[in-house]
Unconditional design. Sequence first.
Length: 144
Amino acid sequence: MFEQNILRVFCQLILAALFGSLIGLERRQIGKAAGMRTFALVCVGAALFTILSYQGLAGSTQVDGTRIASQIVIGIGFIGAGIVMHYRGHVRGLTTAAGIWAAAAVGMAIGFGMYLTSLVATLLILLILFLLGRLEFKIKKSIK
């Protein structure tokens, strides 16, 4: 039983690293500072905190395990706020901050064992980053 649990946790963390890296790939390809490593770390960290709260507090009636999940959201929001900046009248880093927030949500889903949900969310995030980014660029280019 113990070995099965450890193996599942290892697989969850590896999956979080993989999904987070994939999400960060697009940011790296377009030259953003936060790339594959940053997104993988955020996803793994969120998964690990979720696993710790979900399994570590299982059966406890005195501690609310959802509080850790809510603190992940707040912490990632703080990191995202640090990424967003104003530069020459333009806001920069908003997509990267939103991507980090979404990667943390994917990590939390993995931590709760919601593997299909995390896969679909990762694919949707990749679709948004890769395809909508190019579509936005074409629209901006055609307007000018």
